[in-house]
Design a protein around this ligand. Structure first.
Ligand code: PGA
Length: 268
């Protein structure tokens, strides 16, 4: 049984006082006290880089994990504006989101660049949430499986990497706990237009089969989250699908009560 993973992706939202207010409200939600129970989903928050350290101080003694929204693959050096994996680990991050569609479309991140980030992150033993998803045009022209297949397999292949990438190989025992995939159809992100549960499941199953081909039976333990206009009223039907193992939540995670309602529906 895979433990669902629910992540609040705050994107470029919430100033410090807003984030602190969120935490205060979140800790008052009844679901918060039940997060340590066995049937609870794993819950995490991805604030902006500048809030990571402060949120770590507030979250370190409970079960809510901390996630960064992006990273650079190099260890250190002249990369103005970038943040390294060691820096994220240093401030207490458990996961990093890699290849979000906003990074791909607005900031030109390619599959090749995402591949470097994934290999470096898994090599540093930090959890990776690898995002894949097709645009509306790609879906309408019947290319969904080609696009997400290419995004997944390139990101997880060692091909053309200069550095060693044992972290991506089949024998890495950490893969089931350190790697999660987020299927986020671009047309569903921030649009209020969620994929139908069956539509999402079709892609999740396809991704699961690719993971099985690459990693064998451990692929059954790798979580595949859905993302794209997840809300308290649609999470249950999405989670009812056999290969949907949680959610990456944007807009509906900005407010504590709405995020708490989503978590509530993800208990096993
Ligand atoms: P949304 O964003 O829930 O606002 O659609 C999801 C995401 O981009 O991770």
């Amino acid at each position: 049984m895979r433990k669902p993973l629910i992540i609040a992706n705050w994107k470029m939202n919430h100033l410090l006082d807003e984030a602190l207010k969120f935490l205060q409200d979140f800790k008052r939600e009844s679901v918060f006290s039940r997060l340590e129970s066995k049937n609870a989903p794993e819950v995490a928050i991805a604030p902006s880089f500048v809030l990571l350290s402060e949120l770590h101080k507030k979250l370190q003694f409970n079960s809510v994990k901390l996630v960064a929204q992006n990273v650079h693959w190099e260890e250190r050096g002249a990369f103005t504006g970038e943040v390294s994996l060691s820096m994220l680990i240093d401030v207490g991050c458990d996961y990093v989101i890699i290849g979000h569609s906003e990074r791909r479309t607005l900031f030109g991140e390619t599959n090749a660049l995402i591949q470097k980030k994934v290999a470096a992150a898994l090599g540093k033993h930090i959890g990776v949430v690898l995002c894949v998803g097709e645009s509306l045009e790609e879906r309408e022209s019947g290319k969904t499986f080609d696009i997400v297949g290419e995004q997944l397999t390139t990101a997880l292949s060692c091909h053309s990497l200069e550095t060693s990438c044992h972290s991506l190989e089949k024998g890495n025992p950490e893969l089931p706990t350190k790697l999660a995939i987020a299927y986020e159809p671009v047309w569903a992100i921030g649009t209020g237009k969620t994929a139908l549960p069956e539509q999402a499941e079709e892609v999740h199953l396809f991704l699961r089969k690719l993971l099985l081909k690459q990693y064998g039976e451990v692929a059954d333990q790798i979580r595949i989250q859905y993302g794209g206009s997840v809300k308290p009223d649609n999470i249950a039907s999405l989670m009812a699908q056999p290969n949907i193992d949680g959610a990456l939540v944007g807009g509906a995670s900005l407010e504590a009560s709405s995020f708490a309602h989503i978590i509530e529906k993800a208990f096993l």
